[in-house]
Design a protein around this ligand. Structure first.
Ligand SMILES: Nc1ncnc2c1ncn2[C@@H]1O[C@H](COP(=O)(O)OP(=O)(O)OP(=O)(O)O)[C@@H](O)[C@H]1O
Length: 242
Protein backbone atom coordinates (compact mmCIF):
# COMPACT_ATOMS: atom_id res chain seq x y z
CA UNK A 1 0.00 0.00 0.00
CA UNK A 2 1.32 3.44 -0.92
CA UNK A 3 0.40 5.74 1.94
CA UNK A 4 -0.89 9.22 1.12
CA UNK A 5 -2.00 10.19 4.64
CA UNK A 6 -1.55 8.56 8.04
CA UNK A 7 -2.99 9.94 11.26
CA UNK A 8 -2.00 8.11 14.43
CA UNK A 9 -3.44 8.80 17.88
CA UNK A 10 -4.33 12.40 17.07
CA UNK A 11 -5.47 14.53 20.00
CA UNK A 12 -6.60 18.14 19.78
CA UNK A 13 -8.85 18.64 22.77
CA UNK A 14 -11.15 21.59 23.38
CA UNK A 15 -12.10 20.73 26.95
CA UNK A 16 -12.87 17.19 28.08
CA UNK A 17 -15.47 16.31 25.44
CA UNK A 18 -14.81 18.39 22.31
CA UNK A 19 -12.31 18.32 19.48
CA UNK A 20 -10.27 15.25 18.51
CA UNK A 21 -9.64 12.91 21.43
CA UNK A 22 -7.53 10.13 19.97
CA UNK A 23 -8.15 9.37 16.31
CA UNK A 24 -6.24 7.27 13.81
CA UNK A 25 -6.90 6.77 10.14
CA UNK A 26 -5.05 6.42 6.89
CA UNK A 27 -5.63 7.04 3.22
CA UNK A 28 -3.87 4.97 0.58
CA UNK A 29 -3.00 5.92 -2.96
CA UNK A 30 -6.02 5.38 -5.18
CA UNK A 31 -8.42 5.36 -2.23
CA UNK A 32 -11.38 7.53 -1.30
CA UNK A 33 -11.78 7.42 2.48
CA UNK A 34 -14.91 9.06 3.85
CA UNK A 35 -15.33 10.40 7.36
CA UNK A 36 -18.84 10.66 8.70
CA UNK A 37 -20.19 11.76 12.05
CA UNK A 38 -22.76 13.96 13.72
CA UNK A 39 -22.31 17.72 13.97
CA UNK A 40 -19.46 18.46 16.36
CA UNK A 41 -17.96 14.95 16.12
CA UNK A 42 -14.52 16.38 15.31
CA UNK A 43 -14.27 15.78 11.55
CA UNK A 44 -13.21 19.31 10.59
CA UNK A 45 -10.77 19.53 13.49
CA UNK A 46 -9.14 16.26 12.38
CA UNK A 47 -8.90 17.47 8.78
CA UNK A 48 -7.49 20.82 9.88
CA UNK A 49 -4.90 18.97 11.95
CA UNK A 50 -4.00 16.81 8.94
CA UNK A 51 -3.26 20.02 7.04
CA UNK A 52 -1.26 21.61 9.83
CA UNK A 53 -3.94 24.26 10.38
CA UNK A 54 -4.25 23.30 14.04
CA UNK A 55 -1.47 21.89 16.18
CA UNK A 56 -1.96 18.49 17.79
CA UNK A 57 -1.70 18.04 21.57
CA UNK A 58 -0.52 14.49 20.86
CA UNK A 59 -0.24 12.06 17.99
CA UNK A 60 1.42 11.97 14.63
CA UNK A 61 0.50 12.89 11.07
CA UNK A 62 2.37 11.87 7.92
CA UNK A 63 1.68 12.97 4.38
CA UNK A 64 3.25 10.81 1.68
CA UNK A 65 5.32 9.12 4.39
CA UNK A 66 6.86 12.36 5.71
CA UNK A 67 5.99 13.83 9.12
CA UNK A 68 3.85 16.93 8.65
CA UNK A 69 6.34 19.24 10.33
CA UNK A 70 9.07 18.17 7.91
CA UNK A 71 6.98 18.14 4.73
CA UNK A 72 8.87 19.87 1.91
CA UNK A 73 7.16 22.79 0.12
CA UNK A 74 7.04 20.78 -3.11
CA UNK A 75 5.00 18.08 -1.34
CA UNK A 76 2.57 20.71 0.03
CA UNK A 77 2.00 21.81 -3.56
CA UNK A 78 0.67 18.28 -4.20
CA UNK A 79 -2.00 18.58 -1.49
CA UNK A 80 -5.42 19.98 -2.40
CA UNK A 81 -7.93 20.95 0.24
CA UNK A 82 -11.23 22.59 0.90
CA UNK A 83 -11.96 23.11 4.60
CA UNK A 84 -14.88 24.97 6.18
CA UNK A 85 -15.61 27.30 3.28
CA UNK A 86 -14.09 27.50 -0.19
CA UNK A 87 -11.10 29.80 -0.39
CA UNK A 88 -11.03 32.42 -3.15
CA UNK A 89 -9.69 35.96 -3.43
CA UNK A 90 -12.99 37.87 -3.47
CA UNK A 91 -11.88 40.72 -5.77
CA UNK A 92 -10.26 38.44 -8.34
CA UNK A 93 -12.37 36.77 -11.00
CA UNK A 94 -12.91 33.01 -11.16
CA UNK A 95 -10.37 32.50 -13.96
CA UNK A 96 -7.80 34.57 -12.07
CA UNK A 97 -8.35 32.60 -8.88
CA UNK A 98 -7.73 29.35 -10.74
CA UNK A 99 -4.62 30.78 -12.40
CA UNK A 100 -3.27 31.65 -8.94
CA UNK A 101 -4.09 28.15 -7.68
CA UNK A 102 -2.25 26.74 -10.69
CA UNK A 103 0.85 28.85 -9.94
CA UNK A 104 0.78 27.61 -6.33
CA UNK A 105 0.79 24.07 -7.73
CA UNK A 106 3.92 24.87 -9.68
CA UNK A 107 2.28 25.11 -13.12
CA UNK A 108 4.39 27.39 -15.38
CA UNK A 109 2.73 30.81 -15.79
CA UNK A 110 2.54 30.37 -19.59
CA UNK A 111 0.16 27.44 -19.03
CA UNK A 112 -2.08 28.76 -16.28
CA UNK A 113 -4.64 30.65 -18.41
CA UNK A 114 -5.37 27.63 -20.61
CA UNK A 115 -5.55 25.33 -17.59
CA UNK A 116 -7.88 27.74 -15.77
CA UNK A 117 -10.17 27.82 -18.80
CA UNK A 118 -10.26 24.03 -19.09
CA UNK A 119 -11.00 23.67 -15.38
CA UNK A 120 -13.77 26.28 -15.53
CA UNK A 121 -15.38 24.20 -18.27
CA UNK A 122 -14.99 20.95 -16.28
CA UNK A 123 -16.88 22.51 -13.39
CA UNK A 124 -19.60 24.19 -15.48
CA UNK A 125 -18.18 27.62 -14.66
CA UNK A 126 -17.12 28.72 -18.15
CA UNK A 127 -19.42 31.74 -18.23
CA UNK A 128 -18.29 32.84 -14.77
CA UNK A 129 -14.59 33.09 -15.69
CA UNK A 130 -14.65 36.92 -15.73
CA UNK A 131 -16.87 37.22 -12.60
CA UNK A 132 -15.27 38.22 -9.30
CA UNK A 133 -15.37 35.42 -6.74
CA UNK A 134 -17.30 37.67 -4.32
CA UNK A 135 -20.16 37.90 -6.82
CA UNK A 136 -20.58 34.15 -7.35
CA UNK A 137 -23.53 32.27 -5.89
CA UNK A 138 -22.82 29.99 -2.93
CA UNK A 139 -22.87 26.85 -5.07
CA UNK A 140 -20.66 28.36 -7.76
CA UNK A 141 -18.21 29.56 -5.10
CA UNK A 142 -18.13 25.97 -3.86
CA UNK A 143 -17.49 24.73 -7.40
CA UNK A 144 -14.66 27.25 -7.73
CA UNK A 145 -13.15 26.14 -4.40
CA UNK A 146 -13.31 22.50 -5.47
CA UNK A 147 -11.89 23.30 -8.90
CA UNK A 148 -8.96 25.07 -7.21
CA UNK A 149 -8.46 22.26 -4.68
CA UNK A 150 -8.39 19.50 -7.28
CA UNK A 151 -6.68 21.38 -10.07
CA UNK A 152 -3.57 19.78 -11.56
CA UNK A 153 -4.27 16.45 -9.85
CA UNK A 154 -2.94 16.55 -6.27
CA UNK A 155 -1.52 13.39 -4.63
CA UNK A 156 -3.76 13.98 -1.62
CA UNK A 157 -7.08 15.84 -1.41
CA UNK A 158 -8.79 16.67 1.88
CA UNK A 159 -12.35 17.83 1.34
CA UNK A 160 -14.63 18.89 4.19
CA UNK A 161 -18.29 18.53 3.22
CA UNK A 162 -17.55 19.19 -0.45
CA UNK A 163 -21.20 18.80 -1.55
CA UNK A 164 -22.19 21.79 0.59
CA UNK A 165 -24.25 24.15 -1.58
CA UNK A 166 -23.88 22.08 -4.76
CA UNK A 167 -26.85 21.39 -7.03
CA UNK A 168 -27.29 17.82 -8.42
CA UNK A 169 -25.15 18.62 -11.47
CA UNK A 170 -22.39 19.89 -9.18
CA UNK A 171 -22.67 16.78 -7.01
CA UNK A 172 -22.15 14.59 -10.08
CA UNK A 173 -19.21 16.72 -11.25
CA UNK A 174 -17.65 16.33 -7.80
CA UNK A 175 -18.26 12.57 -7.74
CA UNK A 176 -16.61 12.17 -11.13
CA UNK A 177 -13.70 14.42 -10.20
CA UNK A 178 -13.05 12.52 -6.96
CA UNK A 179 -13.22 9.10 -8.62
CA UNK A 180 -11.00 10.30 -11.47
CA UNK A 181 -8.46 11.63 -9.00
CA UNK A 182 -8.39 8.36 -7.05
CA UNK A 183 -8.17 6.45 -10.34
CA UNK A 184 -5.04 8.44 -11.13
CA UNK A 185 -3.49 7.34 -7.81
CA UNK A 186 -4.37 10.16 -5.42
CA UNK A 187 -5.69 9.59 -1.92
CA UNK A 188 -8.88 11.44 -1.00
CA UNK A 189 -10.19 12.09 2.51
CA UNK A 190 -13.71 13.44 2.40
CA UNK A 191 -16.21 14.29 5.12
CA UNK A 192 -19.92 14.27 4.50
CA UNK A 193 -23.35 14.07 6.07
CA UNK A 194 -24.83 12.45 2.97
CA UNK A 195 -24.59 8.71 3.47
CA UNK A 196 -25.95 7.89 0.00
CA UNK A 197 -23.35 10.06 -1.67
CA UNK A 198 -20.58 8.70 0.53
CA UNK A 199 -21.59 5.14 -0.38
CA UNK A 200 -21.26 6.08 -4.05
CA UNK A 201 -17.78 7.57 -3.90
CA UNK A 202 -15.97 5.98 -0.96
CA UNK A 203 -13.87 2.85 -0.81
CA UNK A 204 -13.87 3.04 2.99
CA UNK A 205 -16.10 4.85 5.46
CA UNK A 206 -14.95 5.69 9.00
CA UNK A 207 -17.41 6.84 11.63
CA UNK A 208 -16.33 9.54 14.07
CA UNK A 209 -18.15 10.27 17.30
CA UNK A 210 -17.21 12.65 20.10
CA UNK A 211 -13.62 12.97 18.95
CA UNK A 212 -12.88 9.33 18.22
CA UNK A 213 -13.10 6.95 15.27
CA UNK A 214 -15.60 4.40 16.55
CA UNK A 215 -16.00 2.06 13.60
CA UNK A 216 -16.45 1.62 9.88
CA UNK A 217 -19.32 1.21 7.46
CA UNK A 218 -19.24 -0.95 4.37
CA UNK A 219 -19.93 1.34 1.36
CA UNK A 220 -21.69 -1.59 -0.34
CA UNK A 221 -23.73 -2.43 2.74
CA UNK A 222 -27.47 -2.08 3.10
CA UNK A 223 -29.15 0.43 5.41
CA UNK A 224 -26.06 2.50 6.14
CA UNK A 225 -28.15 4.96 8.10
CA UNK A 226 -29.33 2.36 10.58
CA UNK A 227 -25.79 0.94 11.02
CA UNK A 228 -24.42 4.45 11.49
CA UNK A 229 -26.91 5.33 14.22
CA UNK A 230 -26.41 1.97 15.93
CA UNK A 231 -22.63 2.58 16.10
CA UNK A 232 -23.08 6.10 17.46
CA UNK A 233 -25.69 5.09 20.02
CA UNK A 234 -23.62 2.15 21.20
CA UNK A 235 -20.58 4.42 21.63
CA UNK A 236 -22.64 7.01 23.53
CA UNK A 237 -24.00 4.34 25.87
CA UNK A 238 -20.55 2.83 26.47
CA UNK A 239 -19.07 6.21 27.32
CA UNK A 240 -21.92 7.10 29.64
CA UNK A 241 -21.62 3.84 31.55
CA UNK A 242 -17.79 3.66 31.65
N1 LIG B 1 -11.24 26.57 17.98
C1 LIG B 1 -12.11 25.90 18.76
N2 LIG B 1 -12.30 26.27 20.04
C2 LIG B 1 -13.14 25.60 20.86
N3 LIG B 1 -13.86 24.53 20.45
C3 LIG B 1 -13.71 24.12 19.19
C4 LIG B 1 -12.84 24.78 18.27
N4 LIG B 1 -12.91 24.14 17.08
C5 LIG B 1 -13.79 23.12 17.24
N5 LIG B 1 -14.27 23.11 18.49
C6 LIG B 1 -15.22 22.15 19.03
O1 LIG B 1 -14.77 20.84 18.74
C7 LIG B 1 -15.88 20.01 18.39
C8 LIG B 1 -15.68 19.41 17.04
O2 LIG B 1 -15.86 20.44 16.05
P1 LIG B 1 -15.66 20.12 14.51
O3 LIG B 1 -15.89 21.38 13.78
O4 LIG B 1 -14.36 19.44 14.32
O5 LIG B 1 -16.84 19.08 14.26
P2 LIG B 1 -17.43 18.50 12.90
O6 LIG B 1 -17.52 17.02 13.07
O7 LIG B 1 -16.66 18.99 11.74
O8 LIG B 1 -18.89 19.11 12.93
P3 LIG B 1 -19.89 19.56 11.74
O9 LIG B 1 -20.43 18.30 11.14
O10 LIG B 1 -20.92 20.33 12.48
O11 LIG B 1 -19.10 20.40 10.78
C9 LIG B 1 -17.12 20.89 18.51
O12 LIG B 1 -17.70 20.69 19.79
C10 LIG B 1 -16.58 22.30 18.38
O13 LIG B 1 -17.39 23.22 19.08
Amino acid sequence: MVERLAITGAVRAYGAEAGVLGASLDVAAGEVHALIGLNGAGKTTLMRAALGMVRLDAGMIRIGGAPLERLPTAAWARVGHLIDRPFAYPDIDAAGNLAIAARLRGIPSADTAALAQAVLEDWGLARYGPVKAAKLSKGNRQRLGLAAALLAGPDLAILDEPTDGLDPVGVIALREAVRRLAGAGAGVLVSSHHLDEVARIADRISVMNRGRIIGALDPGGTDLERTFFALVLDDDVQRTTS
